[in-house]
Design a protein around this ligand. Structure first.
Ligand code: GRF
Length: 193
């Protein structure tokens, strides 16, 4: 079977991007990363892409006159790469319904909390502030809402006494990485939930 083509969108550090790209390179995931789009020049993810030999394209949203114009540029680049799936890996912009409609059920995101309990940014900070004893990392399909699409897979991340948002997110990232790879494997195999 031909490996699925993944197009990744990221804004920052890119540890999830790297985990996915490595899983593809090591054949733990029947897919290949066809390209990375990053909306922040100088973001850490770009160095990771270079090291891993993944083609990268910087489309700084601040240099486009509108959200639509930015998304059109993203769409044109994606068309060039023809990904089967769009994988959001710390992409810090909300996609418009028009963009989401172009890839129905084909956009995936990872979130550091149970999306039924917390949506939007700051999931680890939220879990610490609430005094929870765990947060549940969630991979979900992207719909028109904010972190509201169908859940693909979840995994709990324990919150230890003395944890800060920083220590929790460092430990949580490691869990996110394997969760994202497992969830993508499930989606590629045609299954959800
Ligand atoms: C992760 O915590 C992810 O759940 C959230 O953004 C963060 C991205 O981290 N959506 P990284 O850039 O992959 O290290």
């Amino acid at each position: 079977m031909k490996p699925a083509a993944l197009g990744i969108l990221a804004s920052g550090n890119g540890s999830n991007f790297e985990a996915i790209a490595l899983a593809c390179a090591e054949r733990r995931l029947p897919a290949r990363v066809v390209g990375l789009i990053c909306n922040r020049p100088g973001a850490g993810v770009l160095g990771r892409a270079e090291r891993l030999g993944v083609p990268a394209c910087v489309l700084d949203d601040r240099s486009f006159p509108s959200r639509q114009a930015h998304e059109q540029a993203i769409g044109a680049q994606l068309e060039h790469w023809s990904p089967d799936w769009i994988v959001l890996a710390g992409y810090m912009r909300v996609l418009t319904p028009a963009f989401v409609a172009d890839y129905p059920g084909r956009i995936v995101n990872i979130h550091p909390a149970d999306t039924r309990l917390h949506r939007g940014t700051g999931g680890y900070e939220w879990a610490i502030a609430r005094g929870l004893d765990e947060t549940v990392a969630t991979v979900h399909l992207v719909d028109e809402g904010l972190d509201s699409g169908p859940i693909v897979l979840q995994e709990a991340i324990s919150i230890l006494p003395g944890d800060s948002a920083r220590s929790l997110s460092a430990r949580g990232r490691a869990i996110e990485h394997r969760l994202y790879v497992r969830a993508l494997a499930r989606l590629l195999a045609g299954g959800i939930a």
